[in-house]
Design a protein around this ligand. Sequence first.
Ligand SMILES: Nc1ncnc2c1ncn2[C@@H]1O[C@H](COP(=O)(O)OP(=O)(O)O)[C@@H](O)[C@H]1O
Ligand SMILES: [Mg+2]
Length: 408
Amino acid sequence: MAKKQDKKVQDKKVKNNKIIKNKKEKLPKIGMLYMDYVLRFFDKSNFKGWPDKIETVTYHWKNDSNRFIKEVKRKKIDILIGNIPATAYETFREIARALPDVEFIPSLDTQFSNKSKENVTRFAWKYDIPIPKTYIYYDKDKADNFIEETEYPKIIKKSYGPSNYGGYFVHKVDSKQEARNLLAQKKYSPAYFQDFVPMEADVRVMLIGHKPVCAFWRRAPKGEWLTNTSQGGSMDYMDVPKELLDLAVQVSKDAKAEYWACDVAVGEDGQYRILECATAFAAFPYIRDWIGQYLMWKFSNGRFNKPNIPLYNWEELGKMDPSVLRTLRHITFGNYTPSYDGAYFLDKKVRKTSEGELYLHEMDALYPILLTEKRTQEEWASEKWNFQDNYGKTLRKVHAKSNPKDTK
Ligand SMILES: Nc1ncnc2c1ncn2[C@@H]1O[C@H](COP(=O)(O)OP(=O)(O)O)[C@@H](O)[C@H]1O
Ligand SMILES: [Mg+2]
């Protein structure tokens, strides 16, 4: 007993030493990456308690790369945090190469899916992530050929655009003729087709450190197929299946994403398929606070606590009016500790999963907040993967895997 006591005291000392040591340790210099005309995902206030000055660097578009690079160097920024919109993606791959000592969070490779639906598809093909079967053609003759030979209905999408327009560039075509007319009118390049998947609904899942922190169903209005809430769809937060969360976690890990959102379609056939995924998404401020907290933990070598975000918190928070959720800030949760109260308040809730019933706190433990895997080299180098600009140029020497037969 006495021995145990000693050990406890010792542990505490070590812990205190560690805290003192940590306080002396220099923190990396953080910069917020902003762009003119683009809504900001993060604000300095999301990094509440960060003791050092947080820099900001704003990209002004139009030949601003060199000035931007100089400013990052002058401000001695170690870590640049922010989402890069599709239209700046390729420029920022170049900027990141010119700043090899600066860590971009999320990395440009993680943000690959932000650029286009084509990129989401190529990411899914690489990692065998289930998606609706997809066909991408830059060559007009090949697209025309496909239209003649394929079956209908099909979905046609604009792959690349300045922003997310909630279904506005997504079309259902029921025949060859409709497909021909649509592409003649819209002139989308590449021509991006998907098998039409009849679906019950889709679920937006948001993750931090590969843990789901928010999820909600989106259902199409009666008789319609678009589930975008901006198209009149409805949403609710209850009973998102564990297996669907598991798929979102896997996709987040494949992307090595510090934070991430996936749209998972729930097919009438019961299958889950990824429709979209990205680091750029609409999120309530308290979720961006959690991301800030997670990043402070990641960058501070334990000086800041890892946030504790219980699984299915969204079922409770989602009961509040969105106007309230939009103003809530810095929500924290205590850890689950089994106790008389705990037994009364928490132990009761169970979840049905394909592996049987689980208590909520047992299930929570299956989804730890994790550090992302470190990257050592470029995964999606533009020389190989920027088909949009490389198409037709001699630059494209490497033949990438495309339109594989085995995609779902
Ligand atoms: N292959 C598909 N089959 C059936 N419905 C689809 C398919 N792809 C997309 N949809 C529907 O269209 C909506 C918008 O498509 P999405 O790829 O998410 O583009 P957007 O960027 O416009 O949101 C989806 O939320 C879904 O309801
Ligand atoms: Mg969408």
